[in-house]
Design a protein around this ligand. Structure first.
Ligand code: AQP
Length: 325
């Protein structure tokens, strides 16, 4: 069983990225062949600085290793090192409808924040489909916000197979049952996001413990006083999911644990639990990030292994589309 997922090297990784995606990558290593990619080519679809991007690839790689990815048990590589990603993107662009891409909510959200809306941002989901289909992927672990893109990937794969003959495995997304959409602590009606305007609502994996606690203390809670989930309680529901995810317990058990406790005490307990959860990751990160040569070695080896698979898929694609001489 093959698992593939990609993560952008932009910005600092936050609790949403970790609970929605990264922790699934780590557990995926025990369930199948994990292929994980730092998607630098996706990162250039919005405004960026080349020197920052180069560093951010190392930041993200060190973070994934600190979280528990083991390059002996999975393939970890930089997207731009395997040229077949951009090649397949073009081929898939010729089986993807303009209308389908126009309906992507992430494009609408992201383009609204850009001065220059790049064509690459519009094609972002096609490159993502190429990333996934290149590896004949069975499962794609992602957060809830990526559901629409993975559904598009499935549609494109099925259309390609129907038009040109069976070429791709049609993948399915794997979205965690708890904390699939971690919400902003200050505005729990919007998702926790790298590009959030108010920094206090976003908990970064590498935040200092005191800063993490401060953010949880300042989290927006709802009317009422019970630690209980509900549609009218987005703030408390979000905190319950976070606590359940980092403690590895069911949300019901969290509600039981905090019966009769005040919101203030609960918020502190969530902050403490998150600090405990991230403690080993924060410690390992410092050592791993200090050795860029080693990070480059890991990415280089990963790219070699990834390319061996990607080249075979591209041969099949060219053949099926009548492009092979
Ligand atoms: N709030 C979230 N809750 C759960 N999962 C989330 N993911 C992102 N936000 C949440 C998941 O993280 C993975 C990597 O996402 P990415 O490569 O898109 O990284 P990013 O751009 O840094 O993440 P953001 O926060 O989504 O950026 P914005 O909002 O600024 O574009 C994906 O699997 C995603 O589902």
């Amino acid at each position: 069983m093959r698992i593939f997922s990609g993560i952008q090297p932009t910005g600092r990784k936050h609790l949403g990225n970790y609970l929605g995606a990264i922790r699934q990558y780590v557990s995926g290593q025990d369930r199948g062949e994990g292929i994980y990619c730092v998607v630098d080519l996706h990162a250039i679809t919005i405004a960026y600085k080349p020197e920052d991007l180069r560093k951010s690839v190392y930041d993200t790689t060190a973070m994934l290793l600190a979280a528990g990815l083991d390059p002996e048990r999975c393939i970890l590589f930089r997207q731009g090192d395997v040229r077949e990603h951009t090649e397949l993107c073009w081929h898939l662009a010729s089986v993807t409808a303009f209308g389908e891409l126009s309906r992507m909510t992430q494009f609408k959200d992201k383009s609204a924040k850009q001065d220059l809306v790049k064509a690459g941002l519009f094609l972002y989901p096609v490159l993502q489909a190429a990333d996934i289909l290149l590896y004949q992927t069975d499962e794609v672990p992602v957060g809830e916000d990526q559901r629409q893109h993975i559904e598009l990937t499935r549609d494109v794969a099925m259309r390609f197979n129907e038009t040109f003959g069976k070429t791709f495995v049609v993948p399915k997304h794997v979205i965690p049952t708890i904390a699939a959409r971690v919400m902003d602590l200050k505005d729990p009606t919007t998702k926790m996001s790298t590009s959030a305007r108010v920094p206090d609502g976003v908990v970064h994996v590498l935040d200092e413990e005191a800063a993490t606690l401060k953010k949880f203390k300042g989290a927006t809670t709802d009317s009422g006083s019970e630690v209980k989930r509900g549609d009218d309680k987005p703030g408390v529901s979000n905190l319950i999911e976070i606590y359940a995810a980092v403690r590895g317990v069911a949300p019901d058990a969290v509600e039981q644990e905090f019966v009769g406790k005040r919101y203030g005490d609960f918020k502190l307990a969530v902050g403490d639990a998150v600090n405990q959860y991230f403690k080993p990751v924060r410690e390992k990160y410092v050592t791993l990030r200090a050795d860029e040569a080693e990070l480059e070695r890991v990415l280089g080896k990963g790219a070699e292994k990834a390319r061996a698979i990607a080249v075979k898929t591209m041969q099949k694609v060219r053949d099926a589309m009548g492009l092979k001489v």
